[in-house]
Write a protein that binds this ligand. Structure first.
Ligand SMILES: [Zn+2]
Length: 297
């Protein structure tokens, strides 16, 4: 839940537990505008209200089953710690007692280090991760290691360190080292090591909620968070070879005039075939699809 001038929250569903326990998808949002009196409440109180509102809205799904509420401000602990809640708070507390709630902490932005990875969180658009402090640090460690193993990144890091010693601005062509002097970004976008490029493109194009956008939109989405040399041509090649995109594209873009064919009466009397590709290589190494279709059936 987050609360600003309105109390809002999202219901998410965890899927794919076996492969990645952190993957969540948004199923529904709910939001409620606060009146003048409610707007004056403390953040914790608003957060608590957001939870009350959401359990009301999603009651059908929540009642009788264990579920987890993620918030920034620990409003539930605050509410339950009150020894004798009165009035509104008492009503809220008793309402929540009907439910089997697990409290999960998802610290907000204010709790994070003001460092490259938290300024530009490495989050695919569609994926919601439970981001606690140690995870941010792990993510940062992983990226740092990958950048240091990457020739291109390492060369820039070394150059940046050199000019830093020479007391210059600490910036080459927009590349900059973070406070710890180990991770580089370019104009605030994290520099992607080669080994990670494919994964990043996949996350931002193929993900169930990323929606297989075209080249321009996929590129724009990636550029908000990431930077690497030849990004445009990589994204072009990637999107052009995407199997799902190829499947969805309309057939018959050829310029040749259509030739009317005499009608057929039986199955197998005439078939048509075409090759689709080159497409994204499959696990077994296939790059093309031969499509055969029968004119009658
Ligand atoms: Zn696609």
């Amino acid at each position: 839940t987050t609360s600003t001038q309105s109390a809002d929250s999202a219901a998410t569903d965890e899927q794919d537990h076996s492969e990645s326990g952190d993957l969540e998808f948004v199923i529904a949002y709910t939001c409620k505008h606060l009146n003048d009196r409610e707007a004056k409440w403390s953040t914790t109180e608003k957060e608590a209200y957001a939870i009350i509102h959401s359990v009301d809205v999603f009651r059908t799904y929540l009642y009788g089953r264990k579920f987890t509420v993620f918030t920034d401000h620990q409003p539930l602990e605050w509410l339950m710690r009150k020894s004798e809640p009165a009035g509104r708070l008492a009503r809220w507390a008793s309402k929540l007692q009907e439910f089997d709630i697990v409290i999960g902490n998802r610290p907000g932005k204010s709790h994070q280090n003001a460092d490259t990875l938290s300024r530009i969180p490495i989050l695919p658009i569609a994926k919601v991760e439970s981001k606690t402090e140690p995870q941010i640090n792990n993510l940062e460690k992983e990226w740092t290691e990958l950048q240091h193993e990457d020739n291109y990144c390492r060369r820039i890091i070394e150059n940046l360190k050199k000019i830093k010693n020479g007391n210059k601005k600490g910036n080459i062509n927009g590349y900059k080292l973070n406070e710890k002097q180990e991770l580089i970004d370019r104009y605030g976008r994290i520099v992607v090591p080669i080994v990670k490029i494919r994964e990043i493109m996949e996350e931002n194009h193929d993900h169930i909620l990323a929606g297989h956008l075209g080249i321009t939109k996929s590129l724009a989405r990636l550029q908000r968070q990431y930077s690497w040399p030849n990004m445009r041509s990589d994204v072009m090649a990637y999107v052009n070879s995407c199997l799902k995109c190829a499947r969805r594209k309309a057939f018959g873009t050829s310029e040749a005039p259509l030739q009317p064919l005499p009608p057929v009466n039986r199955i197998w009397e005439r078939i048509a075939m075409d090759v689709v590709g080159r497409i994204q290589e499959s696990v077994k190494g296939y790059k093309y699809i031969l499509v055969l279709s029968d004119y009658v059936s």
